[in-house]
Design a protein around this ligand. Structure first.
Ligand SMILES: Cc1cc2nc3c(=O)[nH]c(=O)nc-3n(C[C@H](O)[C@H](O)[C@H](O)COP(=O)(O)OP(=O)(O)OC[C@H]3O[C@@H](n4cnc5c(N)ncnc54)[C@H](O)[C@@H]3O)c2cc1C
Length: 393
């Protein structure tokens, strides 16, 4: 595989770099930092709109759905440059990277026409309503019910760990529509407007004080028949398609690995060890670990390109998605563990110790979450064992 940019790819990279230079200014970052959660989401809606108008969102989607008819490679170049520029969080990722490709594959034409362009341009923020208090890894045992009535469905139940639901416009809900069928044949997927009567959203406070996740309670929520996505009782196929894209999406963390590695190198070069007084990078043991992590970070980036090349355009990801997710999320966690190993051995003033902990501690929590989101590392190992290696169940 030739990883050098073609002429048009080099132009795209250059255009995005200069667009980011003009738009992602220190003033923009300061404005973002000063806002509360809801204010940040409003600013990120404007950011998404501006990025979309400039042609940097949904690059590989068909033009009719708000894309650019570009290639997956172009999309990856965009992700790579955004990671390098330390771009703001992509709160539209659940809609654009996970739900939209599923809609392209499985939704009715009028659903694609209505939702897709509005997902790309920042009009609709989406969230994913799969997990329940008793159904995470064992998703198929979920209990939220959608009962068919004359002109639609009535939903009762509870979801949890719903990312960004308190700010979202829609939720892709997985609910049980046939309790008599085998568990995975009795589920259906629905596009649910989150301001519908009967929905209560309760943000959960995390250990770092942030509120990124929610419980969502459904109490006799009425859905139109048109809210059904895919076939009635075909929800398991919808969920598996989305999880494939989610695992691949999470693995864009391969680019984040490289950014974390650059910061890790910077840390090892700048802090001095208590025992020797020399920079941490000069310690042979630490240096050997840095080299090993550097090689893995490079592999993570190459995997992003390799696996993207294996996924046919518009197709659904196979076992390469869990492989990529497992590698990059575990690597990110190892790099953060190593940052703490360096900090523990370093001679730090109280202030620099606090500053370093603020940065690496916050990132560490996110890193652990990513090994769980979209299916835990253990579940990814099982999928890889069965589907890629052909091991017996
Ligand atoms: C950052 C983040 C964002 C999330 N966002 C969303 C969201 O937007 N929408 C949503 O619906 N959900 C979301 N989730 C929830 C996520 O999908 C679940 O946390 C995940 O599927 C695990 O389920 P659980 O938490 O119930 O853990 P459990 O399934 O109870 O697992 C507990 C432990 O047991 C292990 N385990 C369970 N079953 C097996 C098995 N068969 N073999 C081996 N080990 C096993 C797991 O690996 C884990 O270590 C998010 C989670 C995180 C961390």
């Amino acid at each position: 595989m030739d990883l050098s940019d073609s002429k048009s790819e080099a132009r795209l990279r250059h255009d995005l770099q200069s667009w980011l230079g003009q738009n992602l200014t220190p003033e923009w970052r300061a404005q973002y930092q000063a806002l509360d959660g809801a204010g940040q989401i409003d600013l990120l809606r404007q950011w998404q709109k501006a990025m979309h108008e400039a042609g940097f969102v949904a690059r590989a989607w068909p033009k009719e759905y708000g894309g650019q008819d570009g290639s997956l490679n172009e999309q990856l170049i965009i992700f790579e440059e955004l990671a390098k520029a330390d771009a703001p969080p992509d709160v539209f990722r659940i809609g654009v990277r996970i739900i939209a490709p599923m809609l392209m594959a499985l939704a009715r034409p009028e659903q694609k026409d209505f939702f897709l362009p509005r997902m790309a341009d920042g009009t609709f923020l989406w969230s994913q309503g799969f997990s329940e208090p008793g159904a995470g890894s064992d998703l198929v045992s979920l209990r939220t019910r959608a009962v068919a009535v004359d002109d639609g469905y009535v939903v009762n139940g509870q979801k949890v760990w719903n990312t960004l639901g308190q700010h979202a416009d829609y939720c892709l809900l997985l609910a049980r529509t046939d309790p008599e069928a085998k568990p995975h044949k009795g589920l259906s997927a629905f596009a649910v407007k989150l301001d519908s009567p009967g929905i209560r959203i309760n943000p959960l406070r995390q250990i770092n004080g942030r509120r990124d996740f929610n419980e969502i309670f459904f109490d006799d929520v009425k859905l139109d028949a048109s809210a059904l996505v895919g076939e009635l009782n075909g929800g398991w196929g919808v969920a598996m398609t989305m999880l494939g894209f989610e695992r691949r999406g999470v693995a864009v963390l391969g680019f984040a690995c490289r950014q974390h590695y650059a910061r890790l190198l910077d840390l090892a070069e700048t802090v001095r060890l208590r025992q020797t007084g020399a920079p941490a990078i000069e310690h042979p043991g630490l240096r050997a670990k840095l080299v090993a992590l550097g090689i893995q970070a490079r592999i993570a980036v190459l995997n992003n390109y390799r696996f993207a090349a294996m996924v046919p355009r518009g197709g659904t990801p196979g076992p390469e998605a869990p492989m990529q997710k497992l590698h990059s999320t575990e690597l990110n966690k190892k790099m953060h563990d190593f940052a703490f190993e360096i900090m523990k051995a370093a001679d730090l003033s109280e202030q620099s110790s606090r500053d370093l902990f603020d940065y690496w501690g916050e990132e560490y929590i996110t890193t652990i979450g990513m090994t769980i989101a979209g299916g835990t590392a253990q579940i990814q190992r099982t999928i890889i064992g069965e589907r890629a290696l052909g091991l017996p169940r």
